[in-house]
Ligand binder design. Structure first.
Ligand SMILES: Cc1cc2nc3c(=O)[nH]c(=O)nc-3n(C[C@H](O)[C@H](O)[C@H](O)COP(=O)(O)OP(=O)(O)OC[C@H]3O[C@@H](n4cnc5c(N)ncnc54)[C@H](O)[C@@H]3O)c2cc1C
Length: 485
């Protein structure tokens, strides 16, 4: 243990995904994780949205998750269900799968890729200079890295130590959440006041979510706190006992003012916290990691200048800002008040109409993400659809081309016509045919392009044909200057 190209503080979903992305790109990355095992305290995330499943499919690992979870329509807004079964994607559904399983599967993948994880270690501080970062660990040792990424959750030490502001909104409510047993059968169901009681995934134990009287807390919740919250809500605690875990969350809503300070970057909950409504946090973090991974890899390898890292903030900050807004709106709409309930009924009516449903479903599922890469074809800055291509070597899915996280220039016009030799060490040129309709979520059918430049994260960097004058610029912008002949 003395040095790595990238040190990742925190091995939650974001840190694990980032480590996998860096390892695929051939970068020496290591995770420092405080937890001695991957066990997740509490239930936390309950699933993956469609875009996250696509992102895993782009790496060839979606099946591992699909085989363990339950595919279903999970998207919703303020408890109004949003069906995406008519969306033009192979994964027109979400996946019900607890965070503990998601993390276990990600750890398995990262292990196969050979990423070292320093478990039971905590990052306690760091100092950055012109050439790297010295990362201090809880056992007194230190790791040298070219870059440090804080994937260390909402209370991120990295964010605080580097001095990045975390503006936003203090909590307006607090919820206690637990898995327990009870002497008597409780009143199952959702409460109008928020939360409710249901069966845990084993069908035997009982899961409780309840609003608390007090918003600010200085200590971890106890069985006594849960008993009191049950008595306030229901007049009895039904003899609650034997908690598997008791946890708490609030609707605190904050976002890092900057995702980067020199050689230190933030991703996942370290960069943004918001209430769990709509189940978006883990999904956001995993997709932060996929946006950052290939860029950081190129910078570390000297392929691209470090200004490429600024596009990480430019693209991902607005995506999380939108999630912050939609979770605040949902929290407000779920308040137990007759007038707010009337507003929710109106929203529900609106979301019953096709166009609003599609827009909101695209927002909640992540399928509508659009990075601002300038004017042009609707595909520019949007996710590349997983088309069934025909190539000289047979049928091929677009996402199969992304398994090794390398950029692809897809030529759907006449073979030849462009010399990408100066980028051939980084960008793969594929000649293929596609006879079907090009259809995007919400937008519907779009004009078929004759060539698309696809980034490793699956977003389209350039659309046109291979003779387009801007193609060389796009290749340089995203994948570094041409190699001299
Ligand atoms: C009740 C609840 C329900 C939720 N439901 C959903 C949902 O349905 N869908 C969804 O997408 N999201 C949901 N979320 C949010 C989701 O759990 C988080 O967004 C997600 O865990 C963020 O992942 P992360 O890796 O960024 O951070 P974390 O999961 O917080 O991981 C951070 C890691 O860093 C480690 N760490 C912290 N400090 C240090 C340090 N100094 N040194 C080393 N290691 C450190 C921690 O041990 C931890 O492993 C929910 C959250 C809650 C609380």
């Amino acid at each position: 243990m003395n040095g790595h190209a990238v040190v990742i503080a925190g091995g939650g979903p974001t840190g694990l995904m980032l480590a996998g992305e860096l390892a695929l790109a051939g970068v020496d990355a290591a995770i420092v994780e405080r937890r001695a095992s991957q066990e997740v305290d509490g239930s936390r995330a309950g699933g993956l949205h469609a875009r996250s499943i696509e992102v895993l499919d782009q790496r060839g690992i979606a099946d591992r998750f699909l085989s363990e979870g339950q595919a279903m329509q999970i998207a919703g807004f303020a408890r109004v269900p949003l069906d995406i079964s008519d969306f033009p994607t192979r994964h027109n559904y979400g996946l019900a799968l607890w965070q503990s399983h998601i993390e276990r599967l990600l750890v398995g993948w990262v292990g196969e890729l050979g990423v070292p994880i320093y478990r039971g270690h905590e990052v306690t501080g760091f100092a950055q200079d012109d050439t790297g970062v010295d990362v201090a660990l809880s056992d007194g040792r230190s790791l040298r890295a070219a870059y440090l990424v804080g994937c260390d959750g909402g209370r991120s030490l990295i964010r605080k130590a580097v001095g990045i502001a975390f503006p936003g909104w203090n909590p307006s409510g607090s919820w206690i959440i637990a898995e327990v047993e009870m002497e008597e059968e409780p009143e199952f169901g959702i409460r109008r006041e928020g939360g409710g009681i249901g069966r845990a995934s084993d069908g035997v134990r009982i899961r409780v979510v309840l609003t608390e009287q007090v918003t600010e807390h200085t200590s971890e919740p106890t069985l006594q706190d849960l008993s009191e919250a049950l008595i306030v809500a229901y007049g009895t605690d039904w003899g609650v006992h034997s908690p598997t875990w008791i946890s708490r969350f609030t609707d605190m809503t904050r976002q890092a003012a900057s995702y980067r300070e020199g050689r230190v970057l933030l991703a996942g909950d370290a960069a943004h916290v918001h209430p769990p409504q709509g189940g978006q946090g883990l999904n956001l973090g995993v997709q932060d990691a996929v946006n950052l991974g290939w860029k950081l890899a190129q910078v570390v390898k000297g392929v691209s200048p470090d200004s490429l890292l600024d596009t990480y903030h430019a693209e991902r900050h607005p995506v999380a800002a939108r999630v912050l807004r939609n979770t605040m709106a949902q929290t407000a709409l779920l308040r137990p008040d007759d007038r707010i309930e009337a507003a929710r009924d109106i929203i529900s009516e609106l979301l019953g109409m096709d166009e609003p449903r599609k827009r909101f479903a695209a927002m909640m599922s992540g399928l509508g993400i659009h990075y601002d890469l300038g004017e042009g074809h609707p595909l520019l800055g949007r996710r590349m659809p997983d088309l069934d291509l025909v190539t000289a070597n047979g049928p091929l899915r677009v996402y199969t081309l992304l398994h090794d996280a390398r950029p692809v220039l897809l030529n759907l016009g006449a073979p030849g016509g462009c010399d990408i030799t100066p980028w051939a060490d980084r960008v793969r040129l594929i000649d293929a045919k596609y006879a079907g309709v090009w259809e995007l979520p919400v937008l519907g059918a779009v004009t078929a392009p004759t060539a698309v430049l696809i980034r490793p994260d699956g977003y389209v960097a350039c659309v046109g044909d291979l003779t387009r004058p801007g193609l060389a610029d796009a290749l340089t912008t995203w994948f570094g200057p041409p190699t001299a002949a």
